[in-house]
Design a protein around this ligand. Structure first.
Ligand code: NAG
Ligand code: NAG
Ligand code: NAG
Length: 977
């Protein structure tokens, strides 16, 4: 009676809660948890039907991305209820057909991206409602033409991108954009235009950038004034476009012109065009040798006094003869010689007479070394930027930059530098950014950076440095970012990082550090904000390690994920002491076997914690482990083997907004634990084996119709026990069915008792007492008889197995137990279940009318059947009725590790003995199998009282006793569904 009332109260309380709070979800989209219902992503869905993709989105949507779905067709009025959309990205789908009124009602839309689809045709009034459209991309489709008037009502367009289609008629395009007064950019690259012939229209004055590269232009054919307002014009890769096409064309506003890989002769072109020569990109113009360059220079000099920029990329230049550019106008800005075949730049001596350049690039060449420039006579007082990226530089000699001491940015990355002379960077007192990443450096000397005291960013990533010697960075008091990732660093000498008193970001990921040395961080303990230790060899042997981060009071970002080779195993309990400013912490991809309950205690500022795959198999998160994470807004605990989502663990996360519980092993989730997260907006519980039983009925109810918590892709979540059914709508009627009556009845009884008892007590005291004793006697008698009936059960054993093991059951188990001299009566579901009767009834009656339940355990069984109704019933009998009805027969050897995720199975095994079927590949299967059958028969004959079990047969495997104690003390219970 007591129990009953408690149950009713519990259900009642839970029902009350349902009305307060629940969750919501979208069929094919995910709402950005930080967007307040304004941004939605519908990505990688197999859905074909556009209407189905967007139908459940709320009208608050402003940004919508539909990416990599199978949608081919956008029907009329698809977005009619999403009237607030400003951004609609539908790139990378299979869109072919778009109905005329598909975008009806999108009056607020500003950006429409339809690129990377199969669109070959657009309806003329398709964009009629898009009055506010500013950006449109139709790139990478199959358009052969645009219908006239397509942009008739999109008067605010700024950017139109139609590159990579099959357009041929330029005139038509010019006509459709001519009225767009705010158009700034038109990209028509990679189409099939042969000319720019246009009938009587002009381009909008606002149009500044026009891209028509990679077409098939044979001529321009436009009016002389047609391009007069264009500022950026790209005509590259129209290989048949001749010089004479430009005769008379007005380029007076042009400030960038690209003509590479056309048939234009640059000298002739400059002679006939009014373009300002300083604005032409001379890359790819076949200016191979010095005389062609000099000729160009002389011509330029007749037109302008100074050049801001000279680009001579990709001209096949091999040698930089002295005075190469001395006949050029004075270059005051950038000189770019990238993608030539330069073997050496010889201290830039070829620039004699051009020493005012600010920036010099020779990327993607074949430079082999940088010699000493100590005795160079050419001096560059203005050179601030130098880039030699993507070369084959092997060595950098001392004083390599001696004649350009004011460099601020030096890029030597992506070379093969193995030898950087200790005096190579000598004299670079203005250097701010130094890129040496992706080289072959092994050693840094203590005077390598001696002069670079203004350095702020030093990138040494992906070299072969193994030790940081004392004093290496001693002079770098202004350095704020040091990237040493991807090296082979095993340790720092004691004062290896001395001098870095302004360091803010330190990247040490991908090295070979085995431990975290506290003392080396001393120098920048008041400035360091980011420390990346990902993918090192860090591991600890004991739990009692002092915190290495104790004094890093400003540290906000810490990465410790993916320690090699197999992950960190011990996380010392004081490890994160003192990290009061930490906002994000990554511990993913480790192998931690225990998260101490107080390990995160100091992290009161933490916003983001990533624990995905951080731990061994089933690591129990201990109650209170997150208790101080008062600022946490995002928690990623995917793939951690979490079984129980409990209030004790997660209940303190009062600011949590986003919770990722994907890929765990939870069969049910406690609604009260979810309710204890008041700020939760985003919950991902995909890929959990949620069971569709009454214990999840509250969860099912909670996950729907909730204005606050988005449950990601809820409608795709399957029932683990019946993959045909979906979690969101499994039948829960049965769980509540009689509740109304039940509560009415129980309330009525209580009231009745309260009013009648005093009366009866007075009038009928003795009579009641007598009846009670009579009833009691009758009841206990009946109970005893019922129990005895068990001894004459209908079956000796009920067999629970997975259909994939049916062969074994039919070929081995049946003959050996039902025939072969023994006459057990077995109950097999396909044979003995009553047809037409409810499956649950059948199972209940099978388990209860069989003396034993034999589980044939295999990997398939564990995956699909374990936790099925029959096992729950049998284990219920085992734990609650203290009747030993369960016999486990293991068909395969299943390692402890594999078993560890089947926690309940392990517990049963600890409580119970089990039998292992001898593998047929063992020495003498015949004998071993004989023994097996004998043992099984003996176990079946045994009574089902529990007392005498533990030490019976020596060939039975028995549990370790201390684990058994552990189990007894745990208060986990097995409830009937
Ligand atoms: C919506 O898209 C715009 C443009 O890409 C972006 O700037 C903005 O941050 C997005 N808003 C949200 C909430 O994602
Ligand atoms: C969402 O709403 C909250 C409170 O109403 C506000 O603090 C936050 O800035 C909003 N976020 C966005 C992206 O609009
Ligand atoms: C828009 O809303 C109306 C009424 O709420 C509904 O009938 C219609 O199906 C919705 N259309 C779309 C495309 O979702």
């Amino acid at each position: 009676m007591n129990k009953l009332i408690v149950n009713v109260l519990a259900v009642n309380a839970a029902l009350g809660a349902i009305q307060l709070i629940s969750g919501y979800s979208y069929n094919n989209c995910i709402e950005d948890p930080y967007s307040n219902g304004t941004a939605f992503n519908c990505k990688n869905r197999k859905e074909v039907n556009m209407f189905a993709i967007v139908k459940d989105l709320p009208s608050s949507a402003i940004n919508l991305t539909i990416f990599k779905t199978y949608a081919e067709y956008i029907p009329n009025y698809s977005f009619q209820n999403l009237t607030n959309l400003q951004l609609l990205k539908m790139d990378n789908n299979y869109l072919k057909t778009i109905d005329e009124f598909a975008f009806q009602n999108l009056h607020q839309l500003q950006t429409l991206n339809l690129s990377c689809n199969d669109i070959s045709e657009l309806k003329p009034s398709l964009f009629n409602d898009l009055h506010n459209l500013t950006n449109i991309s139709l790139a990478y489709n199959k358009l052969k033409q645009l219908p006239g008037g397509i942009f008739a009502s999109t008067l605010k367009l700024n950017i139109i991108i139609i590159r990579q289609n099959f357009l041929t008629n330029f005139s038509e395009i010019a006509k459709s954009v001519s009225h767009l007064k705010t158009l700034r950019k038109l990209d028509l690259s990679s189409n099939n235009f042969t000319s720019l012939i246009h009938s009587n229209v002009s381009l909008p004055k606002s149009l500044a950038s026009l891209y028509i590269s990679k077409n098939n232009l044979l001529t321009l054919g436009c009016k002389d004034s047609f391009l007069q307002y264009i500022k950026v014009l790209d005509l590259a890769y129209n290989s048949r476009l001749p010089t004479k096409a430009f005769q008379g064309v007005d380029f007076s506003h042009l400030n960038y012109l690209r003509l590479r890989s056309t048939n234009v002769s640059i000298v002739e072109f400059l002679n006939i065009s009014n373009v300002s020569p300083g604005h032409v990109d001379f890359s790819g113009m076949r200016l191979k040798n010095g005389s062609l360059v000099s000729e160009l220079c002389r011509l330029l000099k007749t037109k302008v006094k100074t050049l801001k920029r000279l680009s001579l990329n990709d001209n096949g230049i091999v040698n930089l003869t002295n005075y190469l550019l001395s006949s050029c106008p004075e270059i005051t800005g950038e000189l770019d010689l990238s993608r030539n075949r330069l073997k050496s730049t010889s201290c830039l001596n070829f620039l004699k007479g051009q020493t005012n350049i600010k920036s010099f690039n020779a990327e993607h060449c074949v430079l082999k070394s940088l010699p000493s420039c100590r005795h160079s006579k050419v001096y560059f007082k203005n050179l601030e930027e130098l880039s030699y990226r993507y070369n084959r530089i092997l060595s950098v000699s001392s004083f390599a930059f001696n004649n350009m001491p004011h460099i601020m940015t030096l890029k030597l990355n992506i070379n093969t530098i193995a030898f950087l002379d200790r005096k190579a960077l000598k004299g670079l007192k203005s250097l701010v950014t130094l890129r040496l990443d992706n080289n072959l450096l092994t050693d840094l000397f203590n005077d390598t950076f001696a002069d670079n005291f203004r350095l702020q960013v030093l990138n040494l990533r992906n070299n072969h440095i193994s030790v940081i010697f004392n004093g290496t960075f001693l002079r770098l008091g202004n350095l704020s970012i040091l990237d040493l990732g991807g090296n082979k660093i095993t340790h720092f000498e004691p004062s290896g990082l001395d001098g870095l008193q302004s360091l803010s970001k330190l990247y040490l990921d991908g090295n070979n550090l085995k431990q975290i040395d506290t003392s080396i961080y001393r120098v920048f303990q008041n400035t360091l904000t980011t420390l990346d230790l990902q993918s090192n060899l860090i591991n600890f042997l004991t739990d009692n390690q002092q915190s290495p981060f104790m004094n890093l009071s400003k540290l906000s970002d810490l990465k410790l994920d993916g320690q090699r080779p197999h992950g960190m195993t011990v996380l010392p309990q004081h490890f994160f002491r003192g990290l009061y400013s930490l906002t994000s912490l990554y511990l993913t991809n480790n192998n931690i076997y225990r998260l101490p309950p107080n390990v995160f205690d100091d992290l009161t500022s933490l916003h983001f914690l990533a624990l995905d795959r951080c731990c061994v198999g089933v690591t129990q998160l201990q109650p209170g482990v997150f208790k101080n994470l008062r600022s946490l807004t995002k928690l990623a605990v995917e793939d951690m083997g979490i079984q129980n989502f409990s209030k004790e663990v997660f209940g303190n996360l009062t600011k949590l907004r986003s919770l990722q519980l994907n890929r765990n092993v939870m069969q049910n989730i406690q609604v009260d634990a979810l309710e204890s997260l008041p700020k939760l907006h985003y919950l991902d519980i995909r890929n959990n084996p949620l069971s569709c039983t009454c214990q999840n009925s509250l969860l099912q109810n909670w996950t729907q119709n909730n204005p606050q918590v988005q449950v990601v892709y809820l409608y795709s979540v399957q029932c683990q026990d019946h993959s045909k059914f979906k979690f969101y709508n499994f039948d829960v009627k049965v769980c509540y069915i009689d509740l109304g009556e039940y509560m009415f009845f129980s309330t009525a009884v209580v009231i009745f008792l309260f009013s009648v008892t005093p009366l009866l007590h007075v009038k009928l005291y003795w009579k009641i007492k007598y009846s009670y004793y009579v009833f009691n006697a009758w009841f206990s008698d009946r109970w005893r008889r019922l129990s005895e009936e068990e001894e004459n059960c209908k079956y000796d054993a009920f067999i629970s197995y997975n259909s994939s093991d049916e062969k074994w059951v039919m070929e081995h188990l049946l003959p050996n137990l039902e025939g072969n001299g023994s006459f057990f009566k077995l109950c097999l579901h396909h044979r003995d279940f009553e047809l037409g009767r409810d499956i649950v009834d059948n199972i209940v009656s099978a388990v209860y009318s069989s003396r034993k339940t034999i589980c044939v355990v295999s990997r398939n069984f564990l995956q699909s059947e374990w936790c099925s109704l029959e096992i729950q019933l049998a284990s219920y009998r085992l734990f609650d009725e203290h009747r030993d009805v369960l016999l486990l027969v293991f068909l395969e050897t299943i390692s402890d590790r594999q078993l560890s995720s089947y926690h309940r199975m392990r517990k049963v095994m600890l409580k119970k003995t089990y039998l292992q079927w001898p593998n047929s590949d063992c020495m003498n299967p015949g004998e071993a199998q004989k023994l097996f059958w004998n043992q099984l028969r003996r176990a079946m004959r045994k009574g089902s009282r529990l007392e005498t079990e533990e030490n019976e047969s020596e060939s039975f495997v028995t549990a370790k006793s201390e684990e058994y104690e552990d189990f007894k003390n745990s208060d986990e219970r097995y409830l009937l569904p």
